[in-house]
Design a protein around this ligand. Structure first.
Ligand code: MN
Ligand code: MN
Length: 299
């Protein structure tokens, strides 16, 4: 029947890539790690650090068999997933999934998919896999500071770090995060799309990109260019609302640059959009601090 692919979401982040590698490793021979997008600078640093190859790149899911990690919405998955067979899901996002046959479906409200995989295999994890799982947890939880972080993430980090040979967890985590925080040399389109997710709320299509920065300066200097690119993407792809969430990991706050039906964003957060953006104190997580509020006003 051929291989089974473990795959994360489009515009893959460190959790999607590392969870796919780790889960495929534990599942055994005919299970292969895959990805459906370019590896970002942060993930590439992590893979080089622990000397592991990236998963194989797939552009079409049709006719193949999959285990989904770090997502369950087909709109975020490899193309033609509706013509694929999904055997299993392991994820930590809201559920927007249906399937005509029974499958293994495991979601939990923890900080990363890597946390769930680490918990399952903790007694058997060796250095490299411990390293990438640790990196994925630190990445997704923004070094254990995101609002999505749970006790279980802390627990796994504590167990994985010594196996991975990482002594200073915080320093290693910040080092990972810094790899992705500079906007220098990136086009506006790349900034918006490097960590981008599509959502379908009824008839409405909403897109939200996220970047993590150590200060707001660079993104503000390029505001006009970013808004222009957002407008272009919105028109080309028919979004009702399109946003770039700029998360300041030092200040622990986000600015949402928004185009499209801005009144929906204002209604969602009960705040006016000023200079094309909305300031959200304490907002670190797209899925927890932003998506539910926007979804509510579209339903
Ligand atoms: Mn992810
Ligand atoms: Mn994740």
């Amino acid at each position: 029947m051929g291989d089974i692919y473990v795959i994360g979401h489009k515009n893959p982040d460190t959790d999607s890539i590392c969870s796919a590698i780790a889960y495929a490793y534990f599942k055994g021979e005919d299970v292969v790690a895959a990805r459906c997008g370019e590896i970002n600078a942060e993930t590439s640093y992590v893979l080089e650090y622990f000397d592991l190859d990236p998963p194989i790149l797939l552009s079409d899911g049709g006719g193949k068999r999959f285990i989904l990690v770090d997502h369950n919405e087909l709109s975020q998955s490899v193309d033609n997933m509706d013509q694929a067979e999904i055997l299993e899901v392991i994820d930590h996002h809201k559920i927007n999934f249906s399937c005509s046959s029974p499958i293994t479906f495991h979601t939990e409200p923890v900080g990363s998919t890597a946390t769930m995989i680490a918990e399952r295999y903790i007694g058997k994890i060796k250095r490299k896999i411990a390293g990438i799982l640790l990196s994925a947890i630190l990445s997704d939880t923004i070094v254990l500071t995101s609002t999505t972080t749970t006790e279980r993430d802390f627990e796994m980090v504590k167990k994985l770090a010594p196996i991975a040979g990482i002594e200073d967890i915080k320093m290693f985590g910040m080092e990972i995060k810094r790899k992705k925080s500079s906007l220098k040399g990136l086009t506006a389109s790349k900034i918006i799309l490097s960590d981008f997710k599509d959502f379908e709320f009824g008839e409405d299509k909403v897109g939200i990109g996220q970047i993590e920065v150590v200060d707001f300066k660079e993104s503000e200097e390029r505001m006009d260019e970013l808004i222009q690119e957002l407008e272009k993407l919105k028109d080309e792809n028919d979004y009702s609302l399109l946003s770039l969430m700029v998360t300041n990991i030092v200040e622990r706050a986000s600015k949402l640059f928004v185009v499209g039906d801005r009144s929906k964003a204002e209604e969602a957060f009960k705040k006016p959009v000023k200079d094309n953006s909305l300031y959200l104190d304490g907002a670190m997580s797209r899925k927890k601090d932003v998506v539910p509020f926007i979804e509510r006003v579209f339903r």
